[in-house]
Design a protein around this ligand. Structure first.
Ligand SMILES: [Cu+2]
Length: 153
């Protein structure tokens, strides 16, 4: 009788152990191979946004995608409005810089966009060239919140 009981306990412990192990393996798989909720574009090509009205969704750690950012192509001397929404869990911000890192437009890391907040930024860039846009919050650029802004004549 006592032997049967302890056997039942051992079986319960083994089942609990197996269930726990399956959970851990599942969590490990999700962490190591995160599901691609929003791929950059079908076929993995770099997405390109154009026009005078550019919509950007910020999240960890990218613009409009899980990691990285689309290429934005706008016309020199033309008014372009960026609508930026923070759909992440962290504070983010949005800034346009020259290739040398000089501020062109947007907000600093101290002028963060709250979670759930939407902001618009209207710019006219006269000088054609390859600019960048980033989230200037500490470390976010390195995590993927950085994209190319092409200004074409
Ligand atoms: Cu950010």
């Amino acid at each position: 009788m006592a032997e049967q009981e302890s056997r039942a306990h051992i079986n319960a412990a083994i089942i609990a152990g197996v269930v726990g192990l399956v959970w851990l393996i599942g969590i490990w798989i999700v962490l190591v191979f995160p599901p691609q909720v929003e791929a950059a574009a079908p076929g993995g090509e770099q997405q390109i946004l154009t026009g005078t009205s550019i919509n950007l969704v910020m999240q960890e750690w990218g613009f409009n995608q899980k990691r990285g950012a689309p290429i934005i192509e706008i016309k020199a001397g033309t008014e372009v409005t960026f609508t930026v929404v923070n759909q992440g869990r962290n504070l983010h911000s949005f800034q346009i810089l020259t290739p040398d890192g000089e501020h062109v437009a947007g907000w600093t890391k101290d002028e963060v966009i709250d979670v759930g907040e939407t902001r618009t930024l209207t710019v006219v860039i006269d000088e054609p060239g390859e600019y960048i846009y980033i989230c200037p919050v500490e470390g976010h650029e390195d995590k993927g919140m950085k994209g190319i802004l092409r200004v074409v004549s």
